[in-house]
Design a protein around this ligand. Sequence first.
Ligand SMILES: *[C@@H]1O[C@H](CO)[C@@H](O)[C@H](O)[C@H]1NC(C)=O
Ligand SMILES: *[C@@H]1O[C@H](CO)[C@@H](O)[C@H](O)[C@H]1NC(C)=O
Length: 253
Amino acid sequence: MKHSPSILLTFAVVLIALSTAKGLELFEPSGTEDFNGRIIDITHRYVPEMPSYGTNKGLRQILNRTTDQRRNDLTTNSELKMPVHSGTHTDAPSHVFIEYLEKGYDIDSLKLETLNGPVLLVDVPRNMNISDIALSQMNIPKGVKRVLFRTLNTDRKLMLQKEFDSSYVGFTKSGASWLIKNTDIKLVGVDYLSVAASDYLLPAHLILLKSREIVVVEGLNLDKIPAGPYTLHCLPLRLVGADASPTRCILIK
Ligand SMILES: *[C@@H]1O[C@H](CO)[C@@H](O)[C@H](O)[C@H]1NC(C)=O
Ligand SMILES: *[C@@H]1O[C@H](CO)[C@@H](O)[C@H](O)[C@H]1NC(C)=O
């Protein structure tokens, strides 16, 4: 086939434009882009610049190419190395109880029935941690088993900032106790790296994870999603012995 130079040039320009758009897309904070479809991705992308608990250095490089086709290896292979509590992740009871660690209540012991099913996305009053007072104001109906708590963390875009910020919003001790006493919630989702506010780090985790009936999912991307009911699917990896696992979580409208 014969092509005029101008057609070829147009083709080249389109190709460059397409590849540029694709390149830019890689740097967009994505996760909730599928608004026209029924699936909403509420998982953050695992990138070196995402925050990591207690450090200003971020997650840093998690992939290491052990073979690389660009170095004339037959295929490209990567090793994955990251803390199990990275990005969007689920905690196991063994995270905060030595006896649960010893008994094998690892991430693989969590029930898929709890991690998947009807869920309510709610807004926490922006001037509050998730305390007994905040929860009692939110009027979460009895019978609701799964709740994703959107807080000031989302407005502050804390999951998109490399430096760990200890002033994040999370459960207080009173909030954790109130939830156990007054609700039927079995899955708690939050929008930063820890379910517990930093002043209550261990006590709030202990209260929530003690019964081994409540599953805690942390580091969710809840930005720009209307509050309300959805179906949740969260699938941690079956990392035997692990106290947490990175987790893909989606909402279905
Ligand atoms: C990455 O993989 C190479 C090849 O297996 C290895 O020599 C190197 O130590 C690894 N680096 C890190 C940071 O794990
Ligand atoms: C939540 O608690 C943390 C300390 O645990 C504090 O730094 C932060 O200011 C509190 N946030 C709000 C909105 O009260």
